[in-house]
Design a protein around this ligand. Structure first.
Ligand SMILES: C[S@@+](CC[C@H](N)C(=O)[O-])C[C@H]1O[C@@H](n2cnc3c(N)ncnc32)[C@H](O)[C@@H]1O
Length: 248
């Protein structure tokens, strides 16, 4: 696969997690960001650990199919590695990351990767959806929506989460996170994220969930969401929540 011109936040995360699926341009961008922010690996390890705990919690509810948006690189403790019996469809909009994901999952018969714009679930290939998320719309599924909210304005995020609620069967669960205002203390790093990047205080995020009902854990810094060990001492960069879709 040729070297891409532009870095990707997803592949920068792969670099910070010690993965092998990134390019020189991603490493350069990760280094520049760390110059402005400080060490990122501990922060993203906590975000990935939150994904793991949230996915395990979804599996404990009897769910065995997952639809992942803004999936990034499907390694380093990603959904199909945690939910080892489940089927998983990873989706993203970045062609380079999609090709990487398809290569990584080429030998898997229970996890696939395809194009999917989270803001328009109609962009997902129906054949892939039904193969890897069987019973979509009829059986409860896990919807994973991590690392995406910062790229969507409030109106788009609200509509997107509501459309997912309407499409998913009752009993489905949603794992979602958002970027807090912590990054504002690092203006150079914030500027690198571009003008459309959105940080939100927890009170501003809660209403965007619409009909999705947060579990009793509430909306927490990801490292303090059902921690297995004492929570790591990392900046409160990301908050996360697990929410359920009730009956209509
Ligand atoms: C910060 S990365 C997070 C990757 C992964 N979820 C993780 O936590 O490692 C954001 C990802 O969202 C993707 N993305 C951005 N806008 C999107 C959209 N509208 N629909 C689907 N994916 C999108 C990007 O291509 C990128 O791979």
């Amino acid at each position: 696969m040729g070297e891409p011109d532009e870095p990707s936040t997803a592949r920068m995360i792969d670099f910070w997690l010690g993965g092998e699926h990134h390019f020189d341009v991603d490493v350069a961008a990760a280094g520049a960001f760390e110059q402005a922010y400080g060490p990122c690996a501990p922060v993203f390890r906590e975000l990935r650990a939150f994904l793991g705990r949230a996915v395990r919690a979804i599996v404990e509810q009897g769910v065995d199919g997952f639809l992942v948006f803004g999936a990034g690189v499907p390694t380093r403790g990603n959904v199909h590695e945690v939910a080892a019996e489940a089927t998983v469809l990873y989706t993203d909009v970045d062609p380079v990351t999609i090709r990487l994901g398809q290569r990584i999952l080429a030998d898997s018969d229970r996890a696939g990767y395809g194009y999917g714009d989270a803001t328009d679930i109609g962009t997902i290939d129906p054949a892939q959806l039904h193969r890897f998320v069987p019973g979509w719309g009829r059986r409860p599924v896990g919807v994973v929506f991590l690392g995406l909210a910062a790229f969507l304005d409030d109106a788009t995020l609200t509509r997107t989460l509501d459309e997912l609620y309407a499409a998913a069967a009752p009993g489905s669960l949603l794992a979602v996170d958002f970027d807090t205002e912590e990054l504002a203390a690092h203006p150079q790093a914030l500027a690198m994220m571009g003008p459309a990047f959105r940080m939100r205080p927890p009170a501003a995020f809660a209403p965007l969930l619409g009909r999705w009902t947060p579990t009793s854990d509430g909306i927490l810094p990801v490292q303090r969401w059902r921690p297995v060990d004492p929570p790591a001492e990392v900046p409160d960069a990301f908050h996360g929540v697990l929410a359920t879709r009730g009956a209509d």
